[in-house]
Design a protein around this ligand. Structure first.
Ligand SMILES: Nc1ncnc2c1ncn2[C@@H]1O[C@H](COP(=O)(O)OP(=O)(O)O)[C@@H](O)[C@H]1O
Ligand SMILES: [Mg+2]
Length: 274
């Protein structure tokens, strides 16, 4: 399916995945928190093994959208979702719904503030693995080492795996949280402003990591940092709030969005006029 200049015209975005890839798409997705509608009619097909950046003003529903993609919305009392979210061939809010624990293994989330468990580095990674039935010591060790290698932490922490994760620097804690998602071997990684609490060097480290990870994972990142979106995004989706309801107003390849946006709000937003 080709890109459409005006994403509000997207219909029936969901299609069958190519072999070996877990597809992710939404179709006419709406979300309400009680009487407040936060998202309206969002239809978006996320490209596999690429970085999709979700940008837009504060309150336009970016975080809410991410939470819909692995049913974190279930944890907010009074939230209601309509429309479709499809992960692979499964409609995650449909009748054959995924077990949310399995879904969140497959679709991992990294939050704005690093939130390691108040335990050792080792236990931060061993706990989710044990929760998913991995008990064998050797297998635990191998998967933990591999996840830490993947985020570039192994050389930094391999001699202190039993020290508290809270003693790591902010950037290391965020990489540990990424490792905690990766240790469960997800297909899709959701990231909600993962660098907004980090210094420039740690931010650069995480951006490099994201570019490495996209070879293997589908990444959806919310960022308020347009320069960051320019540096790492392959595709960009712009959300906007209309009378309090977040909508997708434009979606396309990053160069197209940044250099030839079709929606006048996109142009104004990127130029810093709004
Ligand atoms: N748990 C909640 N209960 C009620 N309203 C919420 C809740 N979470 C977010 N909202 C509202 O939904 C809208 C979208 O919020 P959010 O998804 O956080 O936007 P963004 O991430 O783009 O800043 C905002 O108006 C926000 O106040
Ligand atoms: Mg947000």
């Amino acid at each position: 399916m080709g890109y459409l200049g005006d994403a509000m015209d997207q219909r029936q975005a969901c299609h069958e995945p190519a072999a070996g890839e877990i597809s992710l798409c939404t179709d006419q997705l709406c979300l309400s928190y009680g009487s407040k509608q936060a998202l309206e009619g969002v239809s978006l097909e996320i490209k596999p093994r690429a970085v999709t950046a979700i940008i837009g003003p504060s309150g336009s529903g970016k975080s809410s959208f991410l939470c819909c993609l692995n049913r974190l919305t279930d944890l907010t009392a009074g939230s209601a979702v309509s429309g479709q979210v499809k992960v692979g061939s499964t409609e995650i809010y449909g009748t054959q719904r995924h077990d949310p624990v399995q879904l969140r293994r497959q679709v991992g989330m990294v939050f704005q503030r690093a939130n390691p468990f108040p335990f050792s580095i080792w236990k931060n990674l061993a706990l989710p693995l044990r929760h998913h039935g991995v008990r064998d010591k050797q297998q635990l060790r191998q998967r933990i080492e591999s996840a830490l290698q993947r985020v570039g932490l192994w050389d930094e922490v391999s001699d202190r795996l039993n020290t508290p994760a809270g003693a790591l620097s902010g950037g290391q804690q965020q990489r540990l949280c990424i490792a905690r998602a990766l240790v469960l071997e997800p297909s899709i990684l959701l990231m909600d402003e993962p660098c907004s609490a980090l210094d420039p060097i740690s931010t650069q480290r995480i951006e490099r990591l994201i570019l490495e990870l996209k070879e293997r994972y589908t990444i959806v990142i919310v960022t308020h940092d347009l320069a960051q979106a320019r540096r790492i995004a392959d595709h960009v989706a712009l959300f906007w709030s209309f009378e309090g309801k977040g909508r997708l107003i434009e979606y396309g390849p990053a160069p197209q969005i940044f250099h030839h946006p079709t929606h006048e709000l996109t142009g104004a937003y990127l130029a810093g006029h709004i």
